[in-house]
Design a protein around this ligand. Structure first.
Ligand code: 13P
Length: 253
């Protein structure tokens, strides 16, 4: 089985002023400077990205955006292009987050266009998928996740797909304190891995990292990471506090 390096990313969502962002990553950098066997990223709001990249230069923490548009430039008022993100030193970009699907009409087709654009400019997507509580209760979890994965990755060459990160974030677990149990999460992660194997072959599927997201804390990260197909976490609320996020990153210690 391929060795997948754990990847823990913090999604700050619409939180922190510029000075708070700088303060947070300055502290985080010190707290996790000894971490080598886990990849770490923070995803602050757009206005803090440039400053955060500068604080984190030559550190073990990468920077990601929370969204982007798919065009390189032009008359798209209010949008940010992958080219702009690449230019300031971003490495990742979250796409398809359930909050963007819910409040801003993000669709799998849009995510697919964004993923293609990100690759064009050398950025790596963190592609979010996950079912709502209603969908889970109706027994539709796997159908929903399968449709999202197929739609978001549609037509992408396999050499790009292997570098993509998938984040399984059940909507009912986001910001609710109701984390999926490690077994519940593993069931869906394993389903996703099998789907990726069907689409891209077993060897490639083994290389793709699948993060879990939804009420991840320093207390529950160990149990989640013990599952064979959980390769990291996309952390919301607990990533806002450097001490908490550092404890999540150091889940092995
Ligand atoms: P919480 O960790 O706050 O539940 O948020 C998860 C999430 O949406 C990360 O993208």
């Amino acid at each position: 089985m391929a060795e997948r390096i754990p990847f823990i990313a913090g999604n700050w969502k619409m939180n922190k002023s510029l000075s708070q962002a700088i303060d947070t990553v300055t502290k985080l950098k010190e707290l996790i400077e000894d971490v080598q066997d886990v990849e770490v990223a923070v995803c602050p709001p757009f206005i803090a990205l440039d400053a955060v990249v500068k604080v984190l230069i030559r550190s073990n923490i990468a920077v990601g955006a929370q969204n982007c548009f798919w065009e390189e430039k032009g008359a798209y008022t209010g949008e940010i292009s992958p080219l702009m993100l690449a230019d300031i030193g971003c490495r990742y970009c979250i796409v398809g987050h359930s909050e963007r699907r819910k409040y801003f009409g993000e669709t799998d087709a849009n995510v697919n266009r964004k993923v293609r654009a990100l690759y064009q400019f050398g950025l790596l997507p963190i592609i979010c998928v996950g079912e709502t509580l209603e969908q889970r209760q109706q027994g539709l979890t796997m159908n929903v996740v399968e449709e999202q994965i197929r739609g978001c990755l549609s037509g992408l060459p396999v050499n790009k797909v292997v570098d993509s990160v998938i984040a399984y974030e059940p909507v009912w677990a986001i910001g609710t304190g109701h984390t999926a149990t490690p077994e519940q999460a593993q069931e869906v992660h394993s389903f996703i891995r099998n789907l990726l194997a069907e689409l891209y072959g077993e060897e490639n599927a083994q290389k793709i990292r699948i993060q879990y997201g939804g009420s991840v804390t320093p207390e529950n990260i160990k149990g989640l990471m013990a599952m064979p197909d959980i390769d990291g976490a996309l952390v919301g609320g607990a990533s806002l506090e450097p001490e908490k996020f550092a404890r999540i990153v150091k889940f092995k210690q």
